[in-house]
Design a protein around this ligand. Structure first.
Ligand code: 5RP
Length: 230
């Protein structure tokens, strides 16, 4: 359980609890990943113990473990035909509700689940709001086979790639792929950059989430604002 005395933690929890209010009995709910989603999963677990009946789809091994610990029912993506609502975090969110995700490395499953969802709500503390995406390094998931070639192309594109590492080895996603973090600077055309990067063979997915979120629940401490896509 994170230390709630931290103002940002309070923001994360406030946003997560507000988003949980949109969940109703009978829904299939996508569960994102990360430290903000932690609070949403914990809250949904509490609500489930009080009678809320939902079926959840997880986006990462970590969220699966947490959801099971919280007593939530899980199903696989291929067992269902759609997801009613997905609640997920983000690393950066702009005023058009486009975002960068994947700081926690779960971008691939998060994007698949998001695209399967009728509604996507992002939850974040207010530090995640930006005018232009790109201060946060943009994660790109790549297959290990031939990753150096992909890395070189990203260098030629002047996107300043850096291999993500963990414990002195390359970081591995749940799909056992690598992550290359791009220090690209301001991203003025997120849709175009996403398309361009995905044209490189070996790239599985990027952390640019363009036109995916329907709403963002943003909290500054316990003051919550809901932004809707216009
Ligand atoms: C994981 C993600 C997370 O949603 C994102 O990194 C935000 O995480 P946190 O809530 O811990 O700041 O995209 O792949």
């Amino acid at each position: 359980m994170p230390e709630l005395s931290d103002y940002r933690e309070l923001g994360k929890r406030s946003a997560a609890y507000k988003a949980a209010e949109f969940v109703e009995t009978g829904m299939t709910v996508g569960l994102g990943s990360g430290s903000t989603v932690y609070y949403a999963v914990a809250r949904l677990g509490e609500l489930a113990s009080e009678g809320l009946k939902i079926t959840c789809v997880s986006t990462s091994a970590a969220t699966t473990r947490l959801a099971l610990d919280c007593g939530l029912d899980l199903t696989g993506l291929d067992e269902i035909t759609s997801i009613d609502l997905t609640i997920d975090g983000a690393d950066e969110i702009d005023s058009n509700l486009n975002g960068i995700k994947g700081g926690g490395g779960a971008l691939l499953f998060e994007k698949i689940v998001a695209l399967f969802s009728k509604k996507n709500i992002w939850i974040a503390d207010s530090s995640k709001l930006v005018d232009v995406l790109g201060k946060f390094p943009l994660p790109v998931e790549v297959v290990p086979f031939g990753y150096k070639r992909v890395f070189s192309i990203l260098e030629l594109m002047k996107l300043n790639p850096v291999m993500r590492e963990k414990e002195e080895a390359y970081y591995l996603t749940d799909s056992r792929n690598f992550i290359i973090d791009l220090h690209a600077g301001k991203i003025s055309d997120p849709e175009g950059l996403d398309r361009e990067i995905k044209l490189i063979s070996g790239v599985v997915e990027t952390g640019i989430f363009f036109n995916i979120a329907d709403s963002a629940v943003i909290a500054d401490g316990d003051a919550v604002t809901i932004l809707d896509k216009h």
